[in-house]
Design a protein. Structure first.
Length: 317
């Protein structure tokens, strides 16, 4: 008889440990079914969350063999085939405080979500009558409404793993962008200003795209940056870096690393990195003479400029 083994990361009152459970294999069962099987037949103290069992509520998010996913959606057959083993590691999602076993604390995350005002500021024209919206306008934001706050994107986020005090969970940006894109909303800056500094701290790992609903928070962050810049919010290193990046590409098709640092960070902050810059110069990673020696445009610079202009026109539609 084929058997499946779960190696479950458990936590209780400050004690962390891994406990293994083995049960008989049944075809077409989910990871969540296996957890419930263990709780019902082996250890009733095993603690996890589950509600809808239909990939709608997001409560059963866990890490399976190191990847965040919904327990009710992940099939044992698919996981064992993909990883080539009947032994499966189960852990709570990452970048959350663990309360017990596979249950994590959402309270602090919800407080961070509130900062972007995840509700609509209805335009005056809609306050005394029906709200009409064209299919095209609805299509702009409807994807963002699919977010079920499962936390998988936050679990996978490399920036949050490194540091959480200067960045927010990817789903926060998705929720903010959902209202920024809504044609009925009358105060897009209420959703943008609270995360203006944080939105530039994304490291573009794109791990947040491992979303059960196939959302792309990285794209939401990009749109928030665009809208912030369009509305005159340019007083950050991130904005200055983006502008310097574009200027270099338009001018020569090459990046001038030294001048980009000066334009982005300013003279004072750039000077603080002098020792690091010397190391880069030593290994030919940067050339300080580029500040005084003009760079020649790359071959095909006209094509580069055409692409940039086309991207700008598309973004402004």
């Amino acid at each position: 008889m084929r058997q499946i083994t779960y190696h479950i990361h458990r936590y209780n009152q400050g004690r962390s440990y891994v406990q293994s459970f083995t049960f008989d294999y049944e075809a077409d069962r989910t990871i969540l079914w296996g957890l419930q099987n263990i709780k019902d037949n082996q250890d009733p103290t095993l603690t996890f969350l589950a509600a809808c069992r239909s990939a709608v509520c997001g409560a059963c998010s866990i890490k399976v063999n190191g990847e965040a996913m919904l327990g009710c959606e992940a099939k044992i057959d698919e996981v064992t085939e993909r990883f080539g083993s009947d032994e499966i590691e189960i852990a709570p999602i990452g970048n959350f405080r663990v309360i017990r076993d596979l249950v994590v604390d959402w309270e602090a995350k919800v407080d961070r979500l509130r900062t972007v005002a995840p509700w609509i500021f209805l335009k005056e024209e809609f306050k005394n009558g029906e709200v009409r919206q064209t299919p095209a306008d609805f299509k702009k934001f409807v994807a963002g409404t699919e977010c079920i706050l499962c936390g998988c994107c936050a679990s996978e986020c490399s920036k949050l793993t490194a540091r959480q005090d200067d960045f927010l969970e990817p789903f926060v940006f998705t929720k903010a962008n959902r209202f920024v894109l809504d044609s009925r909303d009358d105060n897009e800056m209420a959703h943008i200003k609270p995360v203006f500094e944080q939105m530039w701290k994304c490291v573009h790992c794109m791990n947040c795209s491992r979303c059960p609903k196939h959302l792309k928070p990285g794209m939401d962050i990009s749109n928030l940056r665009k809208e912030a810049t369009r509305n005159g919010l340019t007083g950050s290193k991130g904005t200055r870096h983006a502008v310097a990046f574009k200027e270099d590409l338009m001018k020569t098709g090459r990046l001038k690393e030294v001048s980009m640092s000066l334009k982005s960070d300013g003279v004072v902050d750039s000077a603080k990195q002098a020792f690091y810059a010397l190391r880069l110069w030593k290994h030919s990673k940067i050339n300080p003479f580029e500040l005084v020696v003009p760079q020649k445009p790359v071959n095909g610079i006209d094509g580069v400029r055409t692409i940039i202009k086309a991207a700008e026109e598309e973004a402004n539609k």
